[in-house]
Ligand binder design. Sequence first.
Ligand code: IMO
Ligand code: MG
Length: 423
Amino acid sequence: MVGLQWGDEGKGQVVDYLSASFDVLVRYGGGANAGHTVTVGDTRLGLHLVPSGILHENVLCVIGNGVALDPEVLFEEIDALGARGVAVGDNLRISDRAHVVLPYHKLEDSLSEAALGQSAKIGTTGRGIGPCYSDKASRSNAIRVHHFIKPEVFRRRLIEIVERKNRIFAALYGADPLDAEAIYRKFSAYAERLAPFVCDTPDLLHRAIAAGKHVLFEGAQGSLLDVDHGTFPFVTSSNSGACGVSAGSGVPAQAIRTFLGVAKAYTTRVGGGAMPTELTDGIGQTIRERGREYGTTTGRPRRCGWFDGMATAYSVRLGGFNAVSIVGLNVLSEFETLNICVGYEVNGRKLEHFPSDPEVLEQARPILEPLRGWKQDVSGCSCWPELPTAAQEYLARIESLLGVPIIAVAVGPQRSQLLFRPS
Ligand code: IMO
Ligand code: MG
């Protein structure tokens, strides 16, 4: 299950629903930049690292090798879940190949963003994601979980790395040095607590699949934030699209049977980069308020706009999705007329495909197709046929643009508000 837009598609709700019929749930990429809101009864719970399936008994949650693991956030979450009566123990496994996010990653994230000009800022979540993945790619400065849980190895690497980082931060940003010993003291306690969760997760998953278990891969971020195929450079630093599943979990592509995409009935984006269907007027504001479009991780107001069929269809082609779920239909209930973006125009010429150059995307004007609204509350609909005709027409238009069946639609954030289409 992968997001088809710029993250925040409502993946948490879909995963939470699906988890009940799976044995294993795997996060394959991203880190504490993700924010999945799950609603259980009256409680809204924001999870960043722990897979949302943790709320279900009998589901084994796995944090895969592709994840940038922030031990501080992880244990905050485990403690918050514990306080709500959700025990985390044997139901969580963490890859020994995952990379550890450390304080110098967060410092570098904020220093480098602050040093960029306004239009170049990525608008990161400040969780140290980019610097952690940079260290992974450059290798010698990386600390993986298997280093982290061996005290001597962790300490030695940390001291060497912090010394190098301090020299770089002082030269580039005039920053004060970090104290490696202080970081070691704090993080060695996390490492000790982490060790019982750690294993070779690709091996665990291979065995689970061989034993006929059902495995669900939970994407973080969205296809348009993918470092290779998204709206670079305004993306995250991992393969957050469907192409990241195998690399981030060690499970071969051929073992995966269904790719489910999740998109909102409209579009949101947080952070920098072009968003062709953005509405900076009262309509955008209405979507933001009705959809509670404020970041789970940073609390930032999200940019809101019409459904972007051009961008979402691109994501669908990239991921080879078999089916799509649409979330947040209820948010659009107020409008007399809705618009769907069916293509982009640059200087009066229609683009043939989704652009790779951020300057072209910045100039792209959405070609909007008006559709009639339904002007009635859909949040109480309990099955697909109860949806107003105009709402069904709206979904049918999205479906024709994406070229894959919509199998479910959410009319509100509760578990019971996810309506499956009768087959
Ligand atoms: P979920 O899993 C929405 C965005 C940031 C920024 C860019 C890079 O909740 O869908 P990063 O901190 O990753 O270096 O930031 O990516 N971003 C997200 N936007 N939802 C997310 O995750 C995001 N994770 C990263 O806002 O524009
Ligand atoms: Mg989010």
